[in-house]
Write a protein that binds this ligand. Structure first.
Ligand code: NAD
Length: 505
């Protein structure tokens, strides 16, 4: 498969042909090799664009998790990776990132077939950003220095960071490879061994990159992948007495379970990247209403609305509400779902039938709560067998309604109005989440005041969903604990050690 072909060169028919001939890694990856689950159990891996089974994947249980943890522990204690010079770890991670880039088309196809996102997004966003993330963290480790404390001349106090040991990464299905990379990069760069549990809806790219990591030179046992369900493989990792740290991305509900697992087992470190109900605030002095509308539309409809920081609550000042809503609908209608394998498609399928029904259920709730359905609201392309929902917009939403408070995780926007900035901030913060927020205004003082007042890990000013691997990402309140991306992510995967050397008599 050519790695140099670009999206423009590959047509829908090319992708369909590749899909028809695609091969899948379906076994767990433990101790450097692919293995069936010890129980022999498997689960169906469904293509959400057709409803058809792509393949069957090993369903790991606690005994498979035990094997993965034993291998990760053995690898960690051997020091082959954990004590290797940072420069050497860097070289392997850079090679790993390069291999991900070289297999971009293959991985993009797996991602799209597995979770239904448009091929152009998999190809141009998910896979390149995953490779960049692994490379970025590889690059940091031989440029990071430890500290010496200012204790005085009769002592030397060193403050050093050491790897946690065995890390479990439990991840969701909305950006399968990218969420894995956000954990793999910093966890491996700092010398840990890792066990990755992909979501049961989307295990294929995680399973494939395990062997790319080995090809890059990662010692066996340093990266293990255990596909399976949350209640079995996920819980077994959370409760394991020999896992030192869990890095979780997923729903707040399951995030709270991981805190319980930790308390019931070995007090393992737990970091959480959970959901959101991000307010997208547009003030009447916004410099360009059409630009704000376009950002609001892509801020909720990108990735089928299956985005943790989706701007799912549009808060707009009363005087510009009608104009803004019209413009958002104009942009939203351009994002009608299509075949995810078509390079021109901008919205794909919901990840599975359960998620589609969940989102449709919220649309019914919105109608029964008295919100005004202005656009969408239906399943479409049903003849494909896939799980597609059209971009949906509710107007006249009250912040107490369920559709304003609960994370829908689909292409459903709730529009609320406010009179003044004070009310905008109050409504913006009136949520149990605090992942992200945005404000549009041409007044720099108002912009800064609003950014300070909003209780969210990220606040965008006059844009939405901009980011860089160099900036932290994570949430306040029930959106999580800890940060992914940036040098701050390294804190999650390292313990701080003080070594006090007596230089006195
Ligand atoms: P989820 O919480 O259902 O599942 C996430 C992972 O946890 C999966 O691997 C799943 O198998 C596992 N799991 C489920 N139940 C479990 C249990 N009882 N014990 C142990 N593990 C269990 O979330 P999802 O539906 O896969 O993903 C959507 C959620 O992820 C949304 O809430 C979204 O906001 C969140 N998310 C957050 C971020 C972020 O960076 N903050 C990024 C992406 C997604």
């Amino acid at each position: 498969m050519s790695t140099l072909a670009t999206q423009a060169e590959l047509t829908l028919n090319d992708w369909k042909e590749r899909a028809a001939n695609a091969t899948f890694k379906t076994q767990a990856f433990i101790d450097g090799e692919y293995r069936q689950a010890l129980s022999g159990q498997t689960f169906d891996c469904i293509n959400p664009a057709t409803g058809q089974c792509l393949t069957r994947v090993a369903s790991c249980q606690s005994e498979d998790v035990d094997a993965a943890v034993a291998s990760a522990r053995q690898a960690f204690e051997s020091g082959e990776w954990s004590r290797r010079a940072p420069t050497e770890r860097k070289k392997i991670l850079l090679k790993f990132a390069q291999l991900v880039r070289e297999h971009r088309e293959e991985l993009a196809l797996l991602e799209t077939l597995d979770m239904g996102k448009p091929i152009s997004d998999s190809l141009n966003v998910d896979i390149p950003l995953s490779a960049d993330c692994i490379a970025w963290f590889g690059e940091t480790v031989d440029k990071s220095y430890d500290e010496i404390a200012p204790t005085g001349s009769d002592a030397l106090a060193l403050i050093t960071r050491e790897p946690m040991g065995v890390v479990a990464a439990v991840i969701p299905w909305n950006f399968p490879l990218l969420m894995a990379a956000w954990k793999i990069g910093p966890a491996l760069a700092t010398g840990n061994s890792l066990i990755l549990k992909p979501a049961e809806q989307s295990p294929l790219t995680a399973l494939r990159i395990a062997e790319l990591a080995m090809e890059a030179g990662l010692p066996k046992g340093v990266l293990n992948v255990v596909p399976g369900f949350g209640e079995t493989a996920g819980q077994a990792l959370g409760m394991h007495m020999d896992v030192d740290c869990v890095a979780f991305t997923g729903s707040a509900e399951v995030g709270k379970l991981f805190l319980q697992y930790s308390g019931k087992s070995n007090m393992k470190r737990v970091s959480l990247e959970c959901g959101g109900k991000s307010p997208h605030i547009v003030l009447a002095d916004c410099h360009d209403i059409d630009q704000a509308a376009q950002a609001a539309a892509s801020g909720i409809y990108y990735n089928q609305g299956e985005v943790c920081n989706a701007g799912s609550r549009l808060l707009v000042q009363e005087s510009i509400k009608d104009e803004l809503v019209e413009r958002v609908m104009h942009w939203g209608k351009k994002l009608m779902p299509g075949d995810p394998l078509d390079p021109s498609t901008q919205m794909g399928a919901m990840v599975d039938k359960t998620q589609m029904e969940r989102v449709l259920g919220y649309i019914d709730i919105g109608k029964s709560e008295g919100a005004h359905l202005r656009m969408g609201g239906n399943r479409v392309l049903g003849e494909s067998g896939g799980y597609f929902i059209e971009p949906t917009l509710f107007d006249q939403v009250n912040n107490d309604m369920k559709i304003a408070q609960e994370e829908i995780f689909g292409p459903v926007l709730s529009t609320l109005t406010f009179k003044d900035l004070e009310e905008a901030i109050r409504l913006g913060n009136q949520t149990c989440f605090g992942l992200a927020a945005a404000v549009w205004t041409r007044d720099i003082t108002v912009a800064h005041k609003t950014a300070r007042a909003l209780r969210a890990g990220t606040v965008w000013v006059n844009c939405f969903d901009h980011g860089s691997i160099a900036v932290p990402f994570g949430g306040y309140k029930q959106s999580g604990i800890g940060r992914d991306k940036s040098l701050h992510a390294l804190e999650k995967y390292t313990e701080l050690k003080t070594t006090w050397v007596n230089l006195g008599s």
